[in-house]
Design a protein around this ligand. Structure first.
Ligand code: IPM
Ligand code: MG
Length: 365
């Protein structure tokens, strides 16, 4: 396997640049070890792209992203661009990449690394060994539905967004959920609001029909989104794969993240039908700590691991990066967001955490 893999790196804004430079070093180190040849290029998206080109997603970035085997993204957005109209904001760059690359399946695993049980907002026994996967539909639903906008009607402003799903969009994400469950613990919980919203009654019907036709060996349950939010903080270990639409998935994945102690730990993969994907930490750009060497790079490093696993056909690189992250946590290295108050903890910054991961990789050669 000596063909080179083409990676587009989009550090983006805020802490994105810091966590990405550390993650790229770890990526190159493990690829070198395992004989995987990477061809890395950097591009612009988000606020930095607005500053340089006037657009949050320059055409060139989208074209290069389409040509790449995998895209790594740091994060986009910040107060500097918050005054811009919605259609020109950095976030549009992210949404444009998701839809332009047809990344309909967003995998957001929430796993608790044992040494961080104290950092969770829940009691340790509720989260020990937690390993759940939120699968969020990413290119449809209310995020993209038309019509949308704010207009004037009878002398007052009216805001409109459209919550829409087509059968094929529901079926393809449900299929991914069942396939992922086959490789995990065999359970899927589909989250909707079928008691109120017709679009999610359709969601429930389509998921149920696909299950009966092709995946009856998987255990399927349905839950209303309000209850799902409650169950996630009451008894999160009841879940294996949670599949839901774009907006509910946005919300529930932040909730799930907190169970693991910090948003700073959670990676994500956004995949197209072709297997090509974009990989990014779930956390944002944290403008309050940007440029201070404080950000936790582990979510980005774990996102790189997902890139190796899902798009680059290099599972050993993925395993080794994940093991290196587990190792540095066991050694007591902590960035401020996961510091807690335990004994034997060494508080480190972004770069030192990156160096610890490189050392752990070295050790595992
Ligand atoms: C996420 C983020 C984005 C979203 C924002 C930045 C547009 O919250 O990836 O969860 O809402 O999808
Ligand atoms: Mg979000």
């Amino acid at each position: 396997m000596s063909t080179s893999k083409n990676i587009l790196v989009l550090p983006g804004d805020g802490i994105g640049t810091e966590v990405m430079s550390v993650a790229v070093e770890a990526m190159q180190a493990v690829a070198r070890d395992e004989g995987v040849t990477l061809d890395l290029e950097e591009g612009l998206v988000g606020g930095v792209a607005i500053d340089a080109t006037g657009s949050a997603l320059p055409k060139e970035t989208l074209e290069r992203a389409k040509a790449a085997d995998a895209v790594l993204l740091g994060g986009v957005g910040g107060p500097k661009w918050d005054h811009l109209p919605m259609s020109e904001r950095p976030e549009r760059g992210l949404l444009g990449l998701r839809s332009g690359l047809e990344l309909f399946a967003n995998l957001r695993p929430a796993m608790l690394f044992a040494p961080l049980a104290d950092a969770s907002s829940l009691k340790p026994e509720l989260v020990s060994d937690l390993d759940i996967l939120i699968l969020r539909e990413l290119t449809g639903g209310i995020y993209f539905g038309e019509p949308r906008g704010v207009h004037v009607e009878n002398n007052e402003r009216v805001g409109v967004n459209t919550y829409i799903y087509r059968e094929h969009e529901i079926e393809r994400i449900a299929r991914v959920a069942f396939q992922l469950a086959e490789k995990r613990n065999g359970r899927v919980c589909s989250v909707d609001k079928a008691n109120v919203l017709e679009v999610t009654q359709l969601w429930r019907d389509v998921v149920t029909a696909l299950h009966a036709a092709e995946f009856s060996h998987i255990e399927l349950s349905h839950m209303y989104v309000d209850n799902a939010g409650m169950q996630l903080v009451r008894a999160p270990k009841q879940f294996d794969v949670v599949v839901t639409g774009n907006m509910f998935g946005d919300i529930l994945s932040d909730v799930a993240a907190m169970l693991t102690g910090s948003l700073g730990m959670l990676p994500s993969a956004s995949l197209a039908a072709s297997g090509k994907g974009m990989f990014e930490p779930v956390h944002g750009t944290a403008p309050d700590i940007a440029g201070q060497d404080k950000a936790n790079p582990l979510a980005t490093i774990l996102s790189v691991a997902m890139a190796f696993r899902y798009s680059l056909e290099a599972p050993r690189c993925a395993d080794r990066l994940e093991a290196a992250v587990a190792r540095v946590l066991a050694q007591g290295y902590r960035t401020a967001d996961i510091a807690g108050s335990g004994d034997g903890v060494t508080l480190v910054g972004t770069k030192a955490m990156g160096a610890a991961v490189l050392a752990a990789l070295e050790e595992s050669r």
